[in-house]
Design a protein around this ligand. Sequence first.
Ligand SMILES: NC(=O)c1ccc[n+]([C@@H]2O[C@H](COP(=O)([O-])OP(=O)(O)OC[C@H]3O[C@@H](n4cnc5c(N)ncnc54)[C@H](O)[C@@H]3O)[C@@H](O)[C@H]2O)c1
Length: 256
Amino acid sequence: MPKTPDYFQGKTIVITGAASGIGRATALIFAREGANVVAGDIDGEGARRTAQQVEQMGAAALAVEADVTHRDQVEDLIEQALARFGRIDFQFNSAGSAIRRSTFLEIDDDLWERTYDLNVKGVFHCMQAVLPHMLEAGQGVIVNVSSMSHKRGGPGSSVHYASSKGAVLTMTLGVAREFADKGIRCLSISPGPINTPFQATSQTSPEQVAKFLADVPMGRFGEPEEIGEMVLFMCSDACGFMTADTVYINGGGGWR
Ligand SMILES: NC(=O)c1ccc[n+]([C@@H]2O[C@H](COP(=O)([O-])OP(=O)(O)OC[C@H]3O[C@@H](n4cnc5c(N)ncnc54)[C@H](O)[C@@H]3O)[C@@H](O)[C@H]2O)c1
């Protein structure tokens, strides 16, 4: 929650991965607070559905089909956001995926490159595109999505993914510290298992679900809104002295 009740009214957030899961939930939370929401996603139809939901809640929205692995499409996303709303106060980079699961020895170059293109280069493109505008405005908050997996390394199924999320964490740290005296804050969130289509693809059997849950002391998956509310706090004026760090949201688990 912000310190100032109407803090988000008329401010603008650009969200990637806004068609689904954590990105969409965050879009609706910012809509609740009266922010303008720019919903970017490679899934243009899904982005439009999110934008419609935002508008139904009485906030302004713009849907943009954009693949974050392409620098020109990310620049277009930022330009469209500025043309429509004249300002970008916050950026939430949620687009990301493990592409597919694989044991370490079976990770081929294609899987490695696609994973890093999306999770690492995608976030790199988004931050490079938005920062000049935030610097001109002398303020801005960027929130990236890392993962609890960066602590665990993804043995047996997702070293490619876990290591890419480690890179997101490190990029966040560097950008935060480089621009800390320019009014910019940059943070990351490291979720444990959250109920989204992304998580559903790893729940290949009841045994697999039980294995995930056994590692969460709260005994349940998180909900995407439980990440979105943290994004809201991080972007708010209640969080002014916090930058560079990651926040773990995982029901107490994920350390095994
Ligand atoms: N759900 C979890 O358990 C969990 C845990 C830790 C981290 N995460 C991270 O959270 C973020 C959001 O995941 P989610 O669970 O909401 O997944 P999701 O699959 O529900 O949503 C991901 C969204 O990203 C979009 N996307 C994929 N490739 C894209 C591209 N090239 N350009 C633009 N958009 C693209 C998809 O279309 C989709 O709408 C991801 O970065 C994921 O790695 C998720």
